[in-house]
Design a binder for this molecule. Structure first.
Ligand SMILES: Cc1ncc(COP(=O)(O)O)c(C=O)c1O
Length: 375
């Protein structure tokens, strides 16, 4: 635990650089094991689901700053909360910015998991918040524990964040523990953000969204569990009307609104959400079985904590070597995996297992194994 100052918008976004190289390569990469998204959908495939969506009469003006009524209704139903509490954002990325900028005050800090999604620290710096880290340890299976978060909180803490299922470790924080944490933070004058972008992708016990827990702001998106990152839509949940008003204003200042066309596509996606969610669940759990076998075979070289949810895991070299040279060699063989230094943990690597169909995933892992043995 401790302060992690100095990161801001000029901090290189190493993970994004690496992912973009893989995503936009020519010729296309066949075995992308770096991405944290699910199986791809085209607009045609999406529109072919259910009754289809009529987009033709969409007026290409601005949408409302809080997001369209039908989309807020769909998300309210998805999370089990009053749809009025839902504010639409440009991905969870914008939700995070809004939550931090409305919480920021002089000298305040935010408590964040380490390792975590690498945009969190720089964005906190942009909003003038000091960062205090909760170190997720191998010893505790990379679990986010309420007691560790509370140890990192001090009298300047405005907000703490947990991410469940977690990127990059794939751990899940049980709902009761989130409730305990949210109540304890309330007593200390701080609020809790629960980043649920991978909800409801769980491999063990299914979890209910944390959106209805008092003193919690949930953020989520269309990118991960719904596998539609290209819609660039997300949300935050705030039950207090006055605070929500500030957040909607911040949203208006930043981006005015989302695209009404993309909001309509998102409403259509929610109308067919069981298809999208079950396809992701099927791909992720089939691949996870293949991956578990592989990790067993590679256990002389690699350690790992099997993910409990989400689309990624975070294996490490047992001898502590920097994974980047291996990741470079792997990428040169057409199988990108994200180097651990993108997360400040060089001996690790982040491996995504929900993008490719089973056969392709299997082939990609075979190349991984060959390159691993050649090292
Ligand atoms: C944990 C986590 N939160 C938030 C985001 C932001 O995603 P988006 O802006 O696509 O919703 C990501 C993206 O990878 C993520 O992994």
């Amino acid at each position: 635990m401790g302060s992690a100052g100095g990161r801001n918008a000029s901090t290189p976004f190493k993970l994004d650089h690496w992912l973009s190289k893989a995503r936009f390569a020519t010729p296309p990469i066949l075995y992308d094991l770096a991405a944290s998204t699910g199986p791809k959908w085209t607009v045609r495939e999406l529109l072919a689901l259910g009754e289809g969506a009529s987009l033709d009469d969409t007026i290409l003006g601005y949408s409302s700053p809080e997001g369209s009524r039908p989309l807020r209704d769909a998300i309210g139903a998805f999370l089990g909360v009053d749809p009025d509490w839902v504010v639409i954002t440009l991905g969870a990325s914008e939700a995070f910015s809004i939550l931090l900028c409305t919480a920021a005050r002089t000298g305040a800090n935010v408590v964040l998991p380490h390792p975590g999604y690498p945009a969190f620290d720089p964005v906190a710096g942009v909003w003038g918040l000091d960062v205090r880290h909760v170190r997720l340890s191998r010893e505790h299976g990379f679990r986010q524990r309420a007691e560790d978060v509370l140890k990192a909180v001090d009298d300047r803490t405005a907000v703490a964040l947990v991410n469940t299922p977690q990127n990059p470790a794939g751990t899940v924080m049980p709902r009761e523990e989130i409730e305990t944490l949210a109540a304890a933070l309330h007593r200390k004058g701080a609020s809790l953000i629960v980043d649920e972008v991978y909800h409801p992708l769980y491999f063990g016990e299914q979890q209910v969204s944390a959106a209805a827990i008092p003193n919690v702001n949930v953020m989520g998106d269309m990118s991960k569990a719904l596998s539609l990152a290209g819609l660039r839509l997300g949300w935050l949940v705030e039950r207090d009307p006055k605070r929500r008003e500030q957040m909607i204003d911040a949203r208006g200042y930043f981006t005015i609104s989302s695209s009404p066309l993309l909001e309509r596509l998102a409403v259509h996606a929610f109308a067919n959400r069981e298809v999208l969610l079950s396809r992701l669940h099927a791909v992720a759990s089939e691949n996870l079985a293949v991956l578990s076998d592989f990790m067993e075979r590679a256990s002389d070289v690699l350690g790992w904590a099997g993910p409990e949810g989400g689309t990624v895991c975070f294996p490490w070299f047992l001898d502590g070597r920097d994974s980047r040279p291996f990741c470079e060699a792997l990428a040169a063989n057409g199988v990108p995996v994200a180097p651990g230094d993108c997360f400040g943990k060089p001996e690790h690597m982040r491996l995504g297992f929900a993008l490719l169909k089973r056969e392709k995933f299997f082939e990609g892992l075979a190349i991984f194994e060959r390159v691993l043995r050649e090292q």
